[in-house]
Design a protein around this ligand. Sequence first.
Ligand code: NAD
Length: 467
Amino acid sequence: MMEPFHLIIGGKLVAGASTMPVINPATETSIVDCPRADEAQVNAAVAAAKAAFAGWAATPIADRRAALMKVADEMEARIDELARLLTSEQGKPLDKAMEEIGGSAFILRALASLHLVDKVVQDDENGRFVEQRYPLGVVAAIAPWNFPISLLAVKATPALLAGNTLVCKPAPTTPLASLRIGEIFNKYVPAGVFNMVTDANDLGGVLTAHPDVAKVSFTGSTATGRKVMASASSLLKRITLELGGNDAAIVLDDVEPKSAAKSLFEGAMVNSGQVCLAIKRAYVHESQYDAICDELEVLADLAVVDDGAKQGAQYGPLQNKAQYDKVREMIADAATVGKVHGGAALDRPGYFIRPTIVRDVPDDARIVREEQFGPVLPVLRYSDVADAIARANDTDQGLGGTVWATDKARALDVAGQLETGMVWINSHMNINPFIAMGGAKQSGMGQELGQAGLEEFTQRRLVFVPA
Ligand code: NAD
């Protein structure tokens, strides 16, 4: 029997105003009835965070850091239980869920080790300018369903280290592991410092519009990001937006096709393609096009797609029915304009879609223009690399990108022309918690991770001290 789940408000574990089922995407059955908050509970969570703010902000940063380190320790000690829970609601294979929980504990420790110290920015015969950082107040942290725990760690750790208090809201389809980890946070910080509410996709706007929320740290789709920005505008709230991507991979003509295909496949299909930074379009030189597409199709046929709880599963289901329907629709649309390989649903319950390769597809196809967020890779042909770069940049989004080449100098030249927040050469998703990242164009605003990510949860105060 699973221990019951609760909202976390003012240090207490409380029942929701109602309940909602959480569906296992590999079986389409309900895992458990999860608490669901109402507007009054969101308001109570914000009030509790507001009341706890002065005390937490005055707590020495070393004590705040020590509390966060204890959260990381307990997450690691309970990794089996937490990973199983994450697999059951998110769908990812158990080894990947273990990586997410263990990786989140690692991120937590890394981010909690950062410092906020006064900096002298100028010192001359007139006096000195000192830069100080102080916390903002109540932070709302809103996460999507693809990496619920990593994203919770990335937001909650710097927010709390800097002295803010929190109201977190996980995605409606993946609240369970977040609520358990929320209980761990709540255990090590004073009452009201860490609050968590869950919803059925109906309370995000209430939280972001709340007058006592000073900052919103949001990860999700670009469409919802726009709503967050609009609701923050009346009070000029601070916002950090990590939004959708349509990342291009540019494959130069000097690659070894088999190994390039393997890298592209892994970069596109990771987490069943449900990754903001997944490779979502590949531009391959015409001299390599057929060889790489053929190899991608072989890899798609070999992939083991199964319930993430089963040993040997490499790819789990799509996380929810809406996403499954959307990706199926995009594959059907791609089949009308290009050649689709794979893409079958499995003949069993669960939101499974086999890895899919789409070749000979035009640039204006939906699968190329829109973020698929699923296990489908469109492969586009080019003859001139300047043309490939222009096509890669021809999008409103600008999260990441990759360049694949034997000649690294050529790759660097291409990387330097991509309009994105990050580019990896001959590698993918090389993320370091000490290095800040953020999207360009409509992929976001602001930075997460690293010192810059921490400082986003603070107000800069410049003090002039005369000589
Ligand atoms: P989504 O925007 O639908 O939902 C994200 C969160 O916002 C959920 O918790 C949801 O309940 C909440 N929400 C819904 N309406 C809201 C409102 N009006 N105000 C405030 N919050 C509201 O996104 P999703 O479908 O859950 O996630 C997939 C998207 O997230 C993809 O576009 C993906 O690229 C993006 N993503 C981006 C990053 C990044 O770092 N850039 C990381 C992971 C995912």
